[in-house]
Design a protein around this ligand. Structure first.
Ligand SMILES: Nc1nc(=O)c2c([nH]1)NC[C@@H]1CN(c3ccc(C(=O)N[C@@H](CCC(=O)O)C(=O)O)cc3)CN21
Ligand SMILES: CC(C)C(=O)C(=O)O
Ligand SMILES: [Mg+2]
Length: 276
């Protein structure tokens, strides 16, 4: 059994409507971060649906402790590298810390990422971000919102802490998701929330949700590439699984990740957070 699709139709570039169709069909979306052309080609071949040029490049490429030092130039450069290496997966780029000072600054930053080859821009934040999301969407920038543990808020949170624990906090995260969908976001990353909340948010909205430490009931999953390759020396969050140790090759490990997301064997209980 393979998830590498052989037909012409399946080889066409993945679009946002295609992700919406996957959600409707109950087909899980497999996403990974990617920062260069060689891995872009490998991940494309292994059947990854969407590639995220994440500001996690600050951790895994640059050796920083947080994503805050990452600049728009950095993300634009790696977006261009990834775009040259791939044709099929949807390319999504992170808007770095500091670019949402205004709707205008966010829009100008997003245009640079789309010019570099991204098809969608990911922005961290809750309901407060809705005006900015609407401003971008009105100007033809597809937006993926990112809620829950938003790493650019690490100092505001006082650490990388699970979000949405307790009734009040959970209700707030659900409201964030609703507000961002209403503002026109077409995809939603949910990071580090209790599994039942990941399921509840996914039910509350109709756009596809992509979880990272948000349980198996999201429409898809994402991991940082170097975490799933087992080569990141830094702190390893609970939601990480190394798919390459024990695999025959890097490509086999990535193929195993895609298969595990599609057949819902990843994430397991050991990769997810409990409500209490
Ligand atoms: N290599 C890498 N992987 C990532 O997933 C990642 C990055 N870098 N850089 C940006 C952010 C930072 N992220 C993190 C970092 C640490 C935890 C963490 O240690 N979480 C604790 C939860 C503690 C609690 O219970 O509140 C854990 O046990 O997983 C989570 C997300 C996710 N992102
Ligand atoms: C972990 C994902 C969601 C991300 O934002 C990143 O890699 O920067
Ligand atoms: Mg990020």
């Amino acid at each position: 059994m393979t998830y590498l699709k052989e037909t012409e139709a399946a080889q066409r570039p993945i679009t946002v409507p295609r992700l919406v169709q996957m959600r409707a069909d109950g087909e899980r979306i497999a996403m990974l971060t990617c920062y260069d052309a060689s891995f872009a080609t490998l991940l494309d071949r292994a059947g990854v649906d969407a590639l995220l040029i994440g500001d996690s490049l600050g951790n895994v490429l640059q050796g920083h402790q947080t994503t805050l030092p990452v600049t728009l130039d950095d993300v634009a450069y790696h977006t261009a590298c990834v775009a040259r290496g791939t044709r099929r997966p949807l390319i999504i780029s992170d808007l770095p810390f500091g670019e949402v000072a205004s709707r205008e600054s966010a829009y100008l930053a997003a245009t640079r990422l789309l010019r570099a080859g991204a098809a969608m821009v990911k922005i961290e934040g809750g309901a407060w971000l809705a005006d900015t999301v609407r401003f971008l969407v009105e100007r033809s920038i597809p937006v993926c919102a990112h809620i829950g543990l938003t790493p650019q808020s690490v100092h505001a949170f006082g650490g990388f802490k699970v979000q949405g624990r307790g009734d009040e906090a959970a209700a707030r995260v659900v409201e964030d998701a609703r507000a961002l969908e209403a503002a026109g976001a077409q995809l939603l990353v949910i990071e580090a929330v209790p599994s039942p909340l990941g399921a509840r948010i996914t039910e509350a909205i109709s756009i596809p949700t992509i979880g990272i430490g948000a349980g198996v009931d999201c429409s898809g999953q994402v991991l940082v590439l170097h975490d799933m390759l087992g080569i990141y020396a830094g702190r390893r969050p609970r939601f990480v699984k190394d798919f390459v140790s024990g695999a025959a090759s890097i490509e086999a490990g990535v193929t195993a990740y895609v298969k595990a997301v599609k057949d819902r064997s990843f994430p397991g209980p050991e990769h997810t957070f409990e409500p209490a």
